[in-house]
Design a protein around this ligand. Structure first.
Ligand SMILES: [Zn+2]
Ligand SMILES: [Zn+2]
Length: 85
């Protein structure tokens, strides 16, 4: 593992933007929000809550790669020069 040159890199897709319910703070992806209201609130209170906060993803500026050979994850900052590949 230590002698791996990490030359088989695969780009890892950044996580999706998440939405957070303002009432129960459930976090959910837009894809999971099929009905347009919070499933958690609906289950517990029967209300169709459709107020969501959009969570800023702190890892947005970063690109990550996974080495196919050894499985290590390499994270590159916004400045590609920081990437120790
Ligand atoms: Zn590697
Ligand atoms: Zn909710």
């Amino acid at each position: 593992m230590s002698d791996c040159r990490h030359d088989q890199l695969v780009l890892i897709r950044p996580p999706e933007t998440r939405l957070r319910c303002v009432r129960c703070h459930l976090t959910i992806t837009p894809a999971e929000l099929e009905q347009g209201y919070c499933p958690e609130c609906y289950e517990t209170t029967g209300r169709q809550v459709d107020e969501f906060e959009r969570l800023q993803n702190p890892t947005d500026a970063r690109v990550r790669y996974r080495c196919e050979r050894c499985g290590i994850t390499i994270e590159c900052g916004a400045n590609a020069g920081q990437c120790g590949v």
